[in-house]
Ligand binder design. Structure first.
Ligand SMILES: NC(=O)c1ccc[n+]([C@@H]2O[C@H](COP(=O)([O-])OP(=O)(O)OC[C@H]3O[C@@H](n4cnc5c(N)ncnc54)[C@H](O)[C@@H]3O)[C@@H](O)[C@H]2O)c1
Ligand SMILES: [Zn+2]
Length: 358
């Protein structure tokens, strides 16, 4: 089965191909032979994936950075840019990212900035990147502990999603990526949520990827540079980022929670229908996502108040009144304290209409 989605962004439009084995046919979908192709991957991604792309290039090279978030840094960015220059990349050259969200962000940022921007193709190989980060055009590197602070909006020319690449991904990483898709299903696609309830994510992986990306595509098309409703994608991320800052896996701190696991926890208080919360927790338990965790509340609150989404005395939060709906509400900063402490949140009834998405 092959599925294609087209992002409609005027001149920046592009296709997303979801197909088993599609990496091996990349050369039929884009020009790999009449220009220099710089393939960026990391040391944790099976080498065969980047090699498959290289085999189809007339003049290509593979550059491998160390795996882990630490490579989304200025230091590694400089090394990659120097390697691009040494390889002789010019304005017509192509950057291909082969890896998870880290590689997508780094490769995209290199493409966005090299000679003021050259072509970029993304080949996501983790569930998180296949369901979520590979489309949307946000590319970035971190500055120390501050994530994604140097970045750009740079749309790829093509996204090639090969679900076969997920076979080598550790189970916990796979489930980590599902959390973002579950998040999107809550406000965007009831049937997708039901697929998770029925445990269909492995045998129907293409359908799951397709449906997740459809939700993200619709939001991104309406709000390419995140001025309005794109904020709905931040569902669960305010508390999620707070938990991640305190309990996340960073650098050498290898015990802790993955981003998706933090988001999974962070979205629970945002769901206003108690029956739906029960259903979500059942899905989490089946998949092995956490349903609760202990943390230092003061530290989580502190981390949340540094969150870039809090403006002045108020914060914007995304709530899910019922399955398939969402509301973006502006609430007093105090709400973050309640959120961190697990206290009941302000009822949202006074804060505007429900926004049906699809
Ligand atoms: N741009 C966006 O919109 C956006 C959205 C969400 C997340 N992100 C970014 O994505 C990053 C996280 O992405 P991620 O979770 O994919 O992490 P990641 O890219 O670090 O990959 C996780 C690990 O899996 C390994 N790996 C990758 N593919 C594999 C495969 N097929 N088999 C076995 N191992 C494989 C990698 O080497 C790495 O060690 C963060 O930097 C985050 O900021 C970006
Ligand atoms: Zn996220």
């Amino acid at each position: 089965m092959s599925m294609k989605l087209s992002m409609s962004l005027g001149k920046r439009s592009y296709d997303i191909i979801i197909k088993r084995g599609t990496l091996g046919r990349a050369g039929q979908l884009c020009d790999l032979t009449h220009r220099k192709v710089f393939i960026l991957t990391d040391s944790g991604v099976p080498e065969a994936f980047a090699q498959t792309i290289l085999d189809q290039c007339a003049d290509g090279t593979i550059y491998t950075v160390p795996q882990g978030e630490g490579s989304k840094s200025l230091a590694v960015y400089e090394k990659v840019a120097r390697a691009m220059l040494a390889f002789g990349c010019d304005r017509t050259s192509l950057v291909v990212g082969v890896g998870g969200g880290m590689i997508g962000d780094l490769a995209g940022f290199c493409a966005a900035t090299y000679m003021r921007g050259i072509d970029f193709i993304n080949c996501p190989t983790t569930s998180l990147s296949q369901f979520d980060s590979s489309i949307g055009g946000k590319v970035a590197v971190d500055l120390g502990d501050t994530k994604n602070i140097l970045g750009a909006f740079w749309q790829p020319k093509l996204v090639l999603i090969d679900p076969d690449t997920l076979a080598t991904l550790p189970r916990r990483q796979f489930v980590n990526g599902l959390a973002e898709s579950i998040k999107m299903s809550l406000f965007g696609d009831e049937e997708l949520f039901e697929m998770y309830e029925e445990g269909r994510e492995e045998e129907e992986i293409e359908e799951i990827i397709y449906r997740s990306l459809c939700i993200k595509k619709k939001i991104v098309e309406e709000d390419e540079t995140e001025k309005g409703n794109r904020a709905v994608l931040n569902l669960g991320h305010t508390l999620g980022h707070g938990i991640e800052a305190v309990k996340g896996i960073r650098g050498r701190r290898t015990r802790g929670l993955y981003h998706g696991e933090c988001v999974a926890l962070g979205l629970l208080p945002m769901v206003e229908d108690p029956a739906l919360v029960k259903r979500i927790k059942a899905v989490y338990r089946r998949l092995g996502l956490p349903t609760r965790t202990g943390y230092d509340k003061a530290k989580v609150y502190e981390a949340m108040t540094h969150d870039k989404k809090s403006r002045g005395g108020t914060v914007r939060l995304v709530k899910v009144p019922q399955l398939g709906t969402f509301r973006i509400v502006t609430v007093p900063r105090q709400e973050l304290k309640n959120l961190a402490e697990g206290l009941p949140l302000t009822p949202v009834l006074a804060c505007g209409e429900e926004e049906p998405l699809l």
